[in-house]
Design a binder for this molecule. Structure first.
Ligand SMILES: C[S@@+](CC[C@H](N)C(=O)[O-])C[C@H]1O[C@@H](n2cnc3c(N)ncnc32)[C@H](O)[C@@H]1O
Length: 507
């Protein structure tokens, strides 16, 4: 059975935002252009040039305009009466009618009411809960158009934030089958109207969307999530209630090694207590024999962060193994690992190509996670030095180096912006620095340290074109952006990953 077939009848999606990947930005209003609307209609297709920043559009007002481009969260952007309007679900080239539902300082947000002229890139979203779930934002766009739109977003960000009007942005590297690619599901488990549901509340409503059969998740992660939900129902396990900060089980996290088939379930609880723990573990192991590790993570805080500091082994191994090419990985519950194992080697090969290693170079892998990029490069480098802020990730990175037979890489716990400065003081002079920061981009101190240490090449792996653009803007002082390649790590979402090569300007 193909990945696609196995989703029939249960194609939902998780909210990627909470999973640390994918888009999943909040959306306003219904996705269905149902023709309903109220207020007065204004028609204008004024171009961006000369558009007014002050928004005079009123809530409830109906506007008609042509969508000019896509925004970073997958929304269509156009100009009504020379004012910027964001409309989720609208595609470039479409003529739309939208009701203004939000007015911000520099733009208004519209609810798509009617498509007056359809884009040839519009397709029927295959997922049955696409309209309700906020996880994917681009299922209504053909895959080819998604890839082109991501390239355009990177181009725009480099132009806007780095002033690079002719940035060398390559075609987006896509997937053959852009479904079932996520190796990790991370979902809250809640009681809703007397039912146990693994899902998400729709933005601005009390409707919960069951996303336990998500079409972009690996089928095994979906199965684990569904089994935990069913067992929690059967045993009457106490579930966390966010409002009153009571109850036990908060989040179900399932991760699968695509190459090894090993799977880990992590049950995140509010306290160390978990009623029926033994029976729960017994039933999961019986029903999902593929499981190799069950862990409990305790998160006592009132927070939207998934994990707390304490992790307790419940059954099986403490981590799972995964393999990318010749590199072996050991993954513990809190360690970051790329979510799309099919695309990850493509991304890392681009990094290797960009680094142009000959075997004599000192490489720094900043924001190294479990050592993935550093270990990928180590065979072609003289030495690799990696750092990450999460201690478990570094412990995994060290294990991964050992398992993969890499003896020229060292990994250290700490903030990249501090550690690089310390290493520089001790005389380290890297030839290549790879940076792979979170969405917030590079820390200002790291940018300064990079400009000071002046490696020949900086390879910037970015999951946010805006911060990529801003950071490149600062690095342009001493560097030239040679090539940027977007890689589609999260098909069906507006999330854009890219690999940028910056080469030091010779003075
Ligand atoms: C996008 S991930 C990249 C991980 C890794 N390069 C990979 O490809 O799997 C970002 C990593 O940055 C780490 N991180 C966040 N802030 C950091 C900081 N100030 N210094 C070092 N690492 C940091 C996170 O723990 C996470 O592992």
């Amino acid at each position: 059975m193909s990945k696609r077939q196995s989703y029939q009848g249960s194609g939902n999606r998780e909210k990627a935002k909470r999973q640390g990947g994918g888009a999943g930005q909040g959306r306003t209003g219904s996705r269905r252009p149902d023709g309903a609307g109220r207020g007065q209609s204004v028609r204008s297709d004024s171009p961006a040039k000369g558009a007014s920043a002050g928004i005079r559009l009123q809530l409830g007002q109906l506007v008609e305009f042509e969508v000019k481009r896509m925004g970073i969260n997958g929304e269509g952007i156009g100009y009504a009466d020379r004012q910027v309007v964001f409309v989720p679900d609208a595609l470039p080239g479409e003529l739309v009618a939208a009701e203004i539902v939000k007015v911000e300082q520099k733009h208004a947000v519209g609810r798509l009411v009617k498509i007056l002229k359809k884009s040839p890139s519009r397709v029927q979203p295959p997922c049955p809960v696409y309209a309700e779930c906020g996880g994917c934002t681009l299922q209504h766009m053909s895959y080819e158009a998604q890839l082109e739109m991501k390239r355009e977003l990177v181009r725009e960000s480099l132009a806007r934030y780095a002033g690079l009007r002719q940035a060398p942005v390559e075609r987006t590297v896509g997937m053959r089958d852009p479904w079932g690619y996520r190796n990790k599901a991370q979902l809250p488990i809640v009681e809703h109207r007397g039912e146990v549901v693994v899902g998400l509340f729709q933005a601005g409503s009390h409707q919960i969307v069951d996303v336990s059969g998500c079409a972009v998740q690996h089928p095994l992660t979906n199965r684990i999530v569904q089994e935990v939900r069913d067992i929690a129902r059967e045993l009457g396990i106490s579930l966390y209630q966010e409002k009153v900060h009571k109850g036990e089980l908060r989040t179900v996290v399932a991760r699968v090694g695509f190459e090894t088939g090993e799977c880990q379930l992590t049950l995140v609880t509010r306290t160390r207590e978990l009623s029926h723990r033994q029976e729960l573990v017994k039933r999961i192991v019986e029903r999902v024999p593929e499981i190799t590790s069950i862990m409990q993570n305790v998160n006592p805080a009132r927070t939207s962060l998934i994990f707390g500091d304490e992790t307790i082994p419940l059954w099986g191994a403490a981590s799972i193994s995964e393999r990318l090419g010749d590199v072996h990985f050991s993954l513990s519950p809190r360690a970051f690992f790329q979510l799309n194992p099919e695309q990850t080697p493509k991304l890392y090969n681009l990094v290797a190509e960009a680094a142009e290693l000959t075997g004599n170079e000192v490489v720094v892998d900043a924001y190294c996670g479990v050592g993935t990029i550093g270990l990928w490069l180590a065979p072609q480098a003289k030495e690799v030095h990696g750092m990450d802020i999460v201690p478990e990730a570094i412990a995994d990175a060290k294990r991964n180096a050992e398992k993969s037979g890499v003896d020229n890489a060292r990994f250290v716990v700490g903030a990249a912006e501090k550690i690089l400065v310390e290493w520089m003081k001790k005389g380290l002079r890297p030839d290549v620095v790879v940076v792979d920061p979170p969405r917030t981009g590079l820390h200002q101190d790291l940018i300064q340290a990079l400009l000071k240490t002046a490696p020949k090449r900086i390879v910037y792996v970015s999951c946010n074109p805006s911060t990529l653009g801003k950071d490149c803007g600062q690095l342009l002082k001493n560097y030239e952006v040679k090539k940027v390649t977007p890689v589609d790590m999260f098909p069906q979402t507006a999330h854009v990953e890219s690999c940028a090569v910056l080469v030091r300007k010779e003075k």
